[in-house]
Design a protein around this ligand. Sequence first.
Ligand code: PAF
Length: 286
Amino acid sequence: MKTYDTKTAMRDHVMALKRNGKSVGCVLTMGFLHAGHMALIRECARHVDEVCVSIFVNPTQFGEKDDLDAYPTDIKGDLTQLKAEGVNAVFLPTPAEMYPEGADTMVDVPGLSGILQGKIRPGHFTGVSTVVTKLFNILQPDVTVFGQKDYQQLAIIRQMVRDLAMPIRVIGLPTVREEDGLAMSSRNVRLTPEDRIAAKVLNAALDRAEVQDARDLSTETLRSLVRETIGKEPRADIRGIDIRDATTLTPFYGPLDRAAVILLSVRFGDILLIDNRIIGPGKDSL
Ligand code: PAF
C-alpha cells in the first residue's frame, strides 16, 4: 500500500493505474477509521479494480464553534486497517497542500446546503463540496462510495456530481450500526458512558417509525411518535426531527405516498449525533 502527501504524486499514481487498464474507486475520510469506513471500502472494492482512500481533516467544513482541534486522529491505526483491507493507496495531504496560499474558489450546492444541518452549521456543506471536488480531481475515481448515515451530505454530492458533469458513479451505502443499533461514527468515542447508552434511543425511535409506516400514518403522526420515543430519554436534547422527500429533501406533509427520510439531529452532552431512516413506498429502490 502506497501513501502520498502531495497532489502531484497521488495523481501520478492514479494515472499509472488507469494507464494499466485498472478502474479506480475512492473512499474519502477524515480518518479515525472504524468498521463503517471499512464497509465503504469493501463496497467500493466490489465495483473497481483498485481502491484509494483519502484521510484529511478538512478545516473548511468546521465552523468557529465546531472543535477542529478536538477531532480524533489515529493515523497509525488507520493505516494498519487500510493495509489489512487491501487498499491500493492512501492520500494524506496537509492543510497547506489542499489549500495553498491564495486558494479562493469554493464549490457550493446552495439549495441543498442551506437547509437542515446546513442551517445549524452554516458553511459546513460548502466546505464539504469544495474538498470533495478537490479530492475527486486528485484521485480521479470511476466510482466513489459514501455512507447514507450522512444523508444530506450524500444528497449534496450526488447533486454536485450531476450538475458539474463529473464522470463518477456515486454509491450510497446503508448505515453500519453497532450491536445495540447506534450508527457508527467517529464521534461516538467522545460520548460519556451514560450518553453512549442513552444514544441507542435514536435507532429505537427510527425502528418504531419504520414499523408504524406500514400502518398508513401521516408524516405528522410519525414525527410525533419519534419525538415521543426520544423524549423519554432525559439525556437526549432534540435539535431536529425532520421528515423530508427522500430525493429532494423538501418538506414532506400528509400521508406517506412516496419515499421519505426521517432525519434526526440530537445532542448528548456536547456531542451532536445524526441518524436517519428511509421509509414509505419506493424506499428500496433509492
Ligand atoms: O464524511 C466525511 O468524513 C467528510 O465530510 C468528507 C466527505 C471526507 C469530506 O471531508
